[in-house]
Write a protein that binds this ligand. Structure first.
Ligand SMILES: NC(=O)c1ccc[n+]([C@@H]2O[C@H](COP(=O)([O-])OP(=O)(O)OC[C@H]3O[C@@H](n4cnc5c(N)ncnc54)[C@H](OP(=O)(O)O)[C@@H]3O)[C@@H](O)[C@H]2O)c1
Length: 275
């Protein structure tokens, strides 16, 4: 099958393209770096020509509330229009577990808008809700600074390895559209503040992590279970301690851009610089 991966050069996208190719698919990594831009439309029709499936794992380069909303709305509208013309049979999009419970966050509002456009379109679809990526834990610390300390709500989450996200997406892309949401998550639950503390310790990052019930998660108030997937979630295999021993975990900024939570007080450019 020809499968176009929008955002195919990103953290998840590059892993997904490799896995799809290993499974014998013709996988196309589509992003501005490969000449495909879902905002301007450049290269989109050409990339989607003859494709059966499109997987959208792109992310907005700018995280201000208005900018991220504009990105996901424009990009998704352009994608759905071009897919209809090209006869694409399955639109797969990656979103975040609990998105609809975190509408206080501008980033999550943009993901909700993206999902609404997909649900209202005529293209069969599968929306994949993933929990936070292990690769994102340092980025989460970076956007949760109060003074020189990391303030995080002591709530539960069930994070997963980016590699397991890509494995699940590869399976879903090759399967039938569910016209609904599939949740994926990691094999273990942790408290957010505790795991970020462990991640920073593994990087010898001296920042103190403060459990703060008033702290927001990427701009949204969260309760104990807001970030947890439901009982039917498909779980990845990689446990946190095993992931820590992998080469990718030795890189502090494996993924400095903190996707999966809303932008903090700083924009992504500042976050990138900060990490
Ligand atoms: N981090 C988390 O914990 C988490 C959890 C659940 C879900 N998610 C979701 O996962 C998705 C992917 O995240 P990621 O960390 O893999 O992203 P990423 O590494 O930041 O990659 C973003 C990708 O989007 C592409 N892109 C940017 N602008 C584009 C445009 N105009 N047209 C086409 N492609 C464009 C980039 O292309 P270039 O390289 O060419 O710039 C890049 O390939 C996001 O939608 C996020 O909401 C994240």
């Amino acid at each position: 099958m020809k499968i176009v991966v929008i955002g195919g050069t990103g953290l998840i996208g590059s892993k997904l393209v490799n896995k799809l190719r290993e499974h014998g698919h013709e996988a196309v990594a589509a992003s501005p770096n490969t000449g495909v831009n879902t905002i301007t439309g450049e290269g989109l029709a050409e990339a989607l020509k003859g494709a059966s499936v499109m997987v959208d794992v792109s992310n907005s380069p700018d995280w201000d509330d208005a900018a991220v909303m504009k990105f996901f709305e424009t990009s998704t509208r352009n994608l759905l229009g071009s897919e209809a013309t090209a006869g694409v049979k399955h639109h797969v999009a990656l979103s975040v577990v609990g998105t609809d419970r975190m509408s206080e966050s501008g980033y999550m509002r943009a993901k909700i808008a993206q999902e609404k456009l997909i649900k209202e379109s005529s293209i069969p679809y599968t929306i994949v809700h993933a929990t936070q990526f292990f690769e994102f834990l340092k980025g989460l610390a970076d956007i949760s600074m109060v003074g020189d300390k990391v303030h995080l709500p002591p709530v539960f989450f069930q994070p997963m390895a980016a590699d397991d996200v890509a494995t699940a997406l590869a399976r879903i892309a090759a399967g039938k559209p569910v016209n609904g949401i599939v949740e994926i998550g990691g094999p273990e639950q942790f408290r957010v503040d505790e795991l970020v503390r462990r991640r920073l310790a593994s990087l010898k990052d001296p920042r103190e992590v403060v459990p703060d019930p008033n702290a927001r998660y990427g701009g949204a108030r969260v309760s104990e279970k807001t970030l947890l997937p439901g009982n039917n979630a498909r779980l990845g295999e990689t446990r946190f301690e095993a992931w820590l021993t992998q080469p990718a975990a030795q890189i502090p900024t494996a993924h400095a851009q903190a996707t999966g939570a809303a932008a903090g007080p700083k924009g992504p450019a500042a976050q990138k610089k900060a990490s």
